[in-house]
Design a protein around this ligand. Sequence first.
Ligand code: UDP
Ligand code: MG
Length: 318
Amino acid sequence: MQIPVLAITIPCYNEELCLEATCNRLMEVLEELMQKGKISDKSYIYCVDDGSSDSTWNIIEDLHSKFPEKIKGLKFIRNYGNQKALVAGLEGVRNLGCDCCVSIDADLQQDENAIEKFIDEYMNGYQVVLGVRTDRKTDGFIKKYTALMFYKVMNVLGAKIPVNHSDFRLVSKKALDMMALYPEKALFLRGFFYELGLKTKKVSFDVKPRFAGSSKFNLASLIALALNGITSFSIVPLRIIAGLGFLMATVAFFIGIETVVEKFLFNNSPNGVATTIILLCFFGGVQIFCLGIIGEYVGQVYREVKARPRYVVDTELK
Ligand code: UDP
Ligand code: MG
């Protein structure tokens, strides 16, 4: 196999404190890999500015003017969120040309030294190489358990995603070409590449603490990510609702029979206003909850059917 052109794409949102150091470090990594003859000297870094309000874009422009061959960039017109920035990075490098692409966070929490292993696996014939974190020492208590719950729930609900894999992965040109065949707007990448059916390998790496700045995710954006992941991937929740409805109707049917039998055989009228009220509230709650889930799917359909562009580009430096 020929020595591949590697593109590294970085989603960046208000990363002025990290980005320069990150790009310098990644340029070192590229240099080392070139020295070892593992990647082509045409390899480059592609930063996607997800509508930052700080000087992130100025940093990208500066780096691009200093290293026009090594650092390229794309600027969104506004903030679209991390998944869209990742998709834009993958589409951008596909257009610019590369044999494989690694996505990595701007805070270098993911171990950049694992990129060499990714390339090795790529050369062994794997089209998708997933970075899997070995532990969650750097996460706080809440993040750790919500994250673990997230993978459990996602898998039960039919969105098969690899445990402890975030968006640190290598994908081949072939995978990028396949992605271009999927017109859906709400791509949930970590599940998407896992399910493509290409030869996939997992590589574990250690997570580091964020070296500057603060996390760009809050609870609301994590919940939105999870909901999008489920609704864009699987209709298992809808089936669960249907099953639940059937089960409740069956139970109600037998309670009805019991009530009639008690009345005619034993002359017992059912009593218990409190029970009635509790059951009424309970089933009311269940119904509204189920409607909410259906609503999530309707929302997903609504967004897809409008067919708005995934993102709008302001400038590209290539
Ligand atoms: N990010 C982005 N758009 C957003 C939020 C985050 O492009 O709206 C980027 C961010 O700059 C970083 C990556 O996504 O490169 C992961 O974000 P972060 O490190 O804040 O997430 P955490 O590691 O805390 O999960
Ligand atoms: Mg981070």
